[in-house]
Design a protein around this ligand. Structure first.
Ligand SMILES: *Cc1c(COP(=O)(O)O)cnc(C)c1O
Length: 361
């Protein structure tokens, strides 16, 4: 039978392991001992829950996120760390709120500089000037950043200035050499704090550590590198998505399963139906063969993932049946492996967990 606490609840649960978050922060600290840590907790702490993540990571010197409401929420919950708005402010009203709550703002575009100029009050803000070192997403090209720096340094509303950039290929073979030189050549003109490194750069390139590192992914226990496992890096998964088998089908040779009949049994076999689908955040694009644990043993998904359920192969697990525990990713099954099978990255899987999945801490 389904051994769940509440007889009416669906058995899916996301388990958040707070001590894994603490462990992973220590890994970041050991790898970048001279830098302050700006823990990136955007997207609801990469799907792990904003406040619980901030509490577990409270040894970090700062938190970075996007949503000003979340930032205010953190302040009101009593967090005294530096809080950085990674996309800065979207309107003048938010700038005033940022000043009121002592939230540091990224300035990445001329329109944000202009908004700062139009700021009426006596607010004082810490700003992080974003330099575009080749990713061409946000930020001033170095030539334009010179002028932006001039403006910021003279600005009545500006208190501290930090220079930052973000790498496009820190986790790839391409690396960071070119953008690092570009950024350093620019930053050499100023005596201000610097921040460059995401998780991949933090782990791989000590020369990027600067004054503040900005790890996200690694804090949640996933590896940024395709060729190095999280365990090898000393990281522990912070999220484990678990459910159970709620039905079993005995297939005969030639039987098909699921929408589109994507899987056809070549011989008689048992398949389990798991209470987990894309409406829970499991990727619909995970093809047959995506790894999954049933009763702690590795098997694979079969057929197309539906909204609320998916199929698993029980042919080699005769003991498994209704009620057997299933791990979709996390402890015992790195999220990176599931992501790869679904043609995506672990970031997306963690963030995609939906609100209907109960969380257990
Ligand atoms: C998301 C983000 C990070 C964290 O990146 P990870 O790869 O998750 O470590 C760092 N800096 C900026 C600007 C980001 O947007």
């Amino acid at each position: 039978m389904l051994a769940v606490g509440n007889p009416v609840s669906r058995p899916i649960q996301a388990h958040i392991n707070l001590s894994a978050l603490e462990n992973n922060l220590r890994v970041a600290r050991r790898a970048a001992p001279s830098a302050r840590i700006m823990a990136v907790i955007k997207a609801d702490g990469y799907g792990h829950g904003l406040i619980r993540v901030a509490e577990a990571l409270s040894a970090a010197e700062g938190f970075a996120l996007l949503d000003i409401q979340d930032a205010v929420h953190l302040r009101e919950a009593g967090f005294r760390q530096t809080i950085l708005l990674l996309e800065g402010s979207f309107n003048a009203g938010d700038l005033a709120v940022a000043a009121q709550y002592d939230l540091a703002c990224v300035i990445h575009s001329a329109w944000q500089l202009a908004m700062l100029d139009a700021c009426p009050g006596r607010e004082k803000l810490d700003v992080w000037l974003k330099v575009n070192s080749g990713m061409n997403r946000l930020g001033f090209a170095p030539q334009q950043a010179v002028q932006a720096m001039e403006q910021l340094r003279r600005h009545r509303a500006v208190r501290g200035i930090t220079l930052m950039t973000h790498f496009a290929n820190a986790d790839e073979a391409r690396g960071i050499a070119e953008p690092l030189t570009l950024f350093n050549d620019f930053a050499a003109q100023y005596r201000v704090a610097r921040s460059l490194a995401n998780s991949a750069a933090l782990l791989r390139y000590p020369e990027t550590h600067g004054d503040w590192v900005r790890p996200g992914l690694m804090l949640y226990g996933a590896s940024p590198f395709p060729e190095i496992g999280a365990q090898q890096l000393g990281l522990q998964p912070a999220m484990t998505l678990r459910s159970r088998i709620i039905g079993v089908q005995e297939l005969r040779a030639g039987d098909e399963i699921g929408y589109g009949a994507l899987f056809r049994a070549e011989h008689a076999m048992r398949v389990g139906i798991v209470a987990c689908g894309y409406a829970d955040g499991y990727p619909r694009h995970a093809a047959s063969g995506t790894p999954v644990l049933v009763d702690g043993q590795r098997t694979q998904t079969l057929g197309r993932v539906s909204m609320d359920m998916l199929y698993v192969d029980l042919s080699k697990l005769p003991q498994a049946g209704v009620g057997s525990p299933v791990t979709l990713w996390g402890e015992g099954l790195p999220v990176e492996e599931v992501a790869r099978a679904a043609g995506t990255v672990s970031y997306e899987l963690m963030c995609a967990l939906t609100a209907r999945v109960p969380v257990k801490v």
